[in-house]
Design a protein around this ligand. Structure first.
Ligand SMILES: *Cc1c(COP(=O)(O)O)cnc(C)c1O
Length: 393
């Protein structure tokens, strides 16, 4: 466990502004859809969907959040020192290929860990024999996602194995929906019914502290029958529906806004080209601004000659190929443009042409990917007040 990265540097000039208000408000909105007894699991995997896991944990550790869900034990160990009251749930299942020291650390720190095989339970039992601490396990039951759940008929044997081990504790049973974000919820309701049948047959009523959970953001919002004891929300907490909604049932506010300064202004004569491959040819004398943000920072190359950014309220086109660490804008029509002025790369708005939904549409992807792409070296700046008070510098 002593392997270290070379240390993450931070670029002060390229900035992801994180709104505490928006984040807490979104959680409040989601909680308002649930019965008061339903626990809230804040999904913070993949650097909190690109928002900065340390910053998001900092904002939520004293909030009404019961669990933090991460993808791996490595993220769990990364955030554990920052957390006092919440439990940490590791979503990727425990398996024998990790290194025994991680299983021992997880038990000592009281982590909750997904499990989806008998083999993994036997492995954990043998690793933890004679060790201190109890590893809390949540069985991921397969109901139709077919990623890494365990088939329902194998669960009784797995439970026996967990019960027989002094160091293992059955803390939860859950499933995951494949289509809760789609308009047609029929498959999601099929999954829910498989899960409910499974629960009825397995007979867990006598287990007092067992947490049953199923809902991601979309199911939390659209399938109240799927809330059980806890909901696991990611994307909605960050201010987005899994896909753009015409009539949103609750009001979610995007949490992150990404900006970078103009570092160079240049006049390009009509007929000349801009950037690699000469894919942009100036149709007029053009004022070109260079921005120190590229595909290496999380702005996809497919946005070349297609996406827009904003200076103040003025929309400006990205011209030429997006480079690894820079891109160019046509700022000919922006009055008073100057080096050092901040440009909005990703706006905190559902409707903006430079919002995450629009960018996802351009890249034929989902807003999750646009958000998680924002690199860890982009500085995260937490705001307690709304962004309206943002200073440009
Ligand atoms: C990522 C994930 C979630 C959160 O999904 P959202 O759609 O972002 O709410 C919930 N549960 C599991 C198992 C996940 O992997």
């Amino acid at each position: 466990m002593n392997r270290q990265n070379s240390g993450q540097f931070v670029r002060r000039d390229i900035q992801a502004h994180i709104s505490s208000d928006a984040l807490l408000n979104n959680i409040e909105q989601l909680r308002s859809l649930c019965a008061p007894s339903v626990k809230f699991c804040a999904v913070v995997k993949t650097n909190a969907y690109g928002h900065g896991i340390k910053e998001v944990i900092g904002l939520l550790k004293d909030a009404k959040v019961d669990f933090f869900a991460v993808a791996s034990v490595f993220e769990a160990l990364h955030i554990a020192p920052d957390i006092n009251k919440q439990s940490i749930l590791i979503l990727q299942p425990i398996h024998p290929g990790l290194g025994d020291e991680y299983v021992i650390a997880a038990a000592q720190k009281g982590f909750h860990w997904s499990i989806a095989s008998l083999q993994a339970a036997e492995y954990a039992t043998s690793v933890l024999a004679g060790e201190n601490g109890t590893l809390n396990l949540h069985i991921n039951v397969e109901t139709g996602m077919d990623r890494c759940g365990i088939e329902p008929e194998l669960v009784p044997k797995l439970i026996d194995c967990i019960d027989a081990s002094l160091n293992l504790n059955l803390a939860g049973i859950y499933t995951h929906f494949a289509t809760a974000d789609e308009d047609d919820l029929s498959f999601a309701y099929e999954q829910l019914s498989v899960f409910k049948d499974f629960l009825a047959h397995i007979g867990l009523a006598s287990r007092k502290d067992l947490l049953v959970h199923a809902a991601n953001s979309a199911a939390t919002i659209k399938m109240p029958e799927s809330h059980f004891d806890m909901v696991r929300c990611g994307i909605a907490m960050y201010g987005y529906f899994s896909r753009r909604q015409a009539n949103p049932p609750i009001r979610l506010t995007p949490v992150m806004k990404v900006q970078a300064p103009i570092i160079q202004l240049k006049k390009v004569q009509e007929g000349k080209s801009v950037s690699y491959g000469r894919s942009f040819i100036a149709q007029r004398d053009t004022l070109v601004a260079a921005i120190p943000f590229g595909y290496g920072d999380g702005y996809k190359r497919i946005f070349s000659n297609a996406a827009k950014m904003k200076i103040g309220q003025t929309l400006i086109p990205v011209i030429g190929k997006v480079c690894m660490d820079q891109l160019m804008l046509d700022v000919t029509d922006v009055s008073g443009v100057a080096v050092g002025q901040m440009v909005t790369i990703l706006e905190d708005s559902h409707d903006s042409p430079c919002g995450a939904y629009s960018l996802a549409g351009l890249a034929d992807t989902i807003c999750y990917e646009v958000l998680t792409n924002i690199g860890p070296h982009v500085s995260r700046i937490v705001h307690q007040a709304p962004f309206k008070n943002l200073k440009f510098h």
